[in-house]
Write a protein that binds this ligand. Structure first.
Ligand SMILES: [Zn+2]
Ligand SMILES: [Zn+2]
Ligand SMILES: [Zn+2]
Length: 55
């Protein structure tokens, strides 16, 4: 649990790293994309096609 330069997305299944300048903060957590921050309500994928966190 360190806050260094990079951190993992707060979406439980997401493997993406949250990059400074391209991230979404919601409920005091950092997400890699709007889709993750919304909990994939619309079934949208995240920033990487290889990531299967959506759904
Ligand atoms: Zn993801
Ligand atoms: Zn994510
Ligand atoms: Zn996600």
């Amino acid at each position: 649990m360190s806050t260094s330069t990079t951190s993992k997305c707060a979406c439980p299944d997401c493997q993406c790293e949250v990059r400074p300048g391209h991230h979404v903060v919601k409920n005091e957590k950092d997400y890699c994309s709007e889709a993750c921050a919304d909990g994939h309500k619309s079934g949208e994928g995240c920033c990487q096609n290889s990531c299967h966190c959506h759904g």
